[in-house]
Design a protein around this ligand. Structure first.
Ligand SMILES: C[S@@+](CC[C@H](N)C(=O)[O-])C[C@H]1O[C@@H](n2cnc3c(N)ncnc32)[C@H](O)[C@@H]1O
Length: 215
């Protein structure tokens, strides 16, 4: 049976709160082990996501927020594709310390499960890769992602296929479509971490409008 719950030392679903998730990734960052494992496991999530963004985002000067940037693997792919205005944020300070100097113009430690201290309509695009998985960030974070993205901006994310329905991501995505907050540009099953039999839904949505409460 497909194993959809991969961690380095313990199954992700056993992580009970943000403190445990932070400690889990702080520990995984030691001796660069997170980056080593992702390379050894042929983790394709960052490249697949950036390849999707490239199809819809020709402006390489756009300001992009990498939500749950970890050690900067998505930032590295964005940079390789020519994007140069990058902000990143993550829960794990130790993973943030692994980010190569200069990759992002701004880095911050934050919890994506909480309201983000970021102004409405700040970003041209937002990436969230590998962070919608067991015990990590909940579907309601998509509301904040829409809020901080400019109208006509793009939101690109992966969702571990094992939690897509059980954790309410299908319902949240549909709700945002039905209320006119965003429209689908692409949505497909990506390889993601195929070597570990973990695939992910990859979504790319364009923000249309914001809830009236923002105005
Ligand atoms: C599988 S890693 C993906 C990291 C990076 N995006 C990549 O593709 O390599 C999941 C990331 O989500 C971060 N994370 C988990 N829960 C979070 C939260 N509540 N707020 C912010 N980041 C969180 C972790 O610290 C970790 O860096």
């Amino acid at each position: 049976m497909a194993q959809k719950d991969i961690g380095n030392k313990r199954p992700l679903h056993t992580l009970e709160n943000s403190e445990e998730v932070r400690d889990f990734y702080d520990d995984w960052s030691l001796d660069n082990q997170y980056n080593i494992d992702m390379f050894d496991w042929n983790y394709t999530g960052p490249k697949e996501s950036v390849d999707s963004l490239k199809r819809f985002a020709p402006d390489r000067n756009m300001l992009i927020f990498d939500a749950g940037c970890g050690s900067g693997l998505v930032g590295a792919e964005l940079t390789a594709a020519g994007y140069r205005n990058l902000h990143g944020a993550d829960l794990s300070t130790k993973l943030l310390e692994r980010v190569p100097a200069g990759l992002y113009q701004q880095l911050q430690q934050l919890d994506l499960n909480r309201p983000l201290g970021i102004a409405n309509r700040t970003y041209d695009a937002l990436m969230c890769v590998g962070t919608f998985t067991y015990g990590h960030v909940a579907a309601h974070a998509l509301d904040e992602f829409v809020r901080i993205t400019k109208p006509a901006g793009l939101i690109c994310f992966t969702i571990n296929e094992g939690i897509y329905e059980s954790h309410g991501f299908d319902a949240k995505i549909r709700q945002l479509e039905e209320c006119g907050a965003w429209q689908k540009e692409a949505f497909f099953k990506s390889e993601y971490l195929a070597s570990k039999e973990v695939n992910a839904w990859l979504g790319l949505y364009r923000v249309i409008d914001h809830p009236r409460s923002l105005d």
